[in-house]
Design a protein around this ligand. Sequence first.
Ligand code: FMN
Length: 208
Amino acid sequence: MKKFALLTVTLLMGTSCFAQTKNLPEPNMQHKTLSVMEAYQQRKSVREYSAQPLSEQDLSDLLWAAQGKNRADGHLTAPTAMNRQEIRLYVFSEQGVSLYDPQTHSLTQVAAGDHRDIVAGRQDFAKSAPVSLVMVADMDKFGSNNQHAQWMVSVDTGIVCENINLFCSAAGLCTVPRGTMDAKAIQSLLGLTDNQIPLINNPVGYSK
Ligand SMILES: Cc1cc2nc3c(=O)[nH]c(=O)nc-3n(C[C@H](O)[C@H](O)[C@H](O)COP(=O)(O)O)c2cc1C
């Protein structure tokens, strides 16, 4: 019994180390950005970043644009097939890895330390971005893993990714969509199953 109590306390302490949830500042709807047409005109892949960390407000606005809650009923800026909202958005930075919760507009730390190298994979330039956003498709949350489900989930992921691309273009941030990453290492670090698949990532930073 004593052993069980000790194990429970140890486990609780272990999870509390990482289960830190931080509310992000409210997204700034007055963020100075290009118009939608200008953002399309300027969008391009950029593979060089300043080392300057992203401001909290820019990170907040970026995540909200990617797939934030934009209606009282819980729907998001990014549409998903049958509104399954099955894309998990992880933020990798020098400080650790956090999971974005669109409903509460908050970040929960899920790993400590700098793991941007496993997102970069064989492309070293990606390590220099202050944050990398990793989109993980959760097939369990989607509710099926057949071929049609995989197509729909891939489309949903692409929409989140393009929201990131266009926000960056409009807000003067630099990014590139990347299929390159060490997906197995990411799954292992984050304790993901084979049904939770890292599909694409976007390093994001200010212009060098
Ligand atoms: C699904 C997808 C995967 C991509 N993967 C990578 C990648 O792993 N590494 C990379 O440097 N660029 C990657 N890119 C960026 C493309 O190389 C880039 O979009 C393309 O060359 C066109 O250039 P542009 O984005 O400036 O128009 C990817 C783009 C897409 C849409």
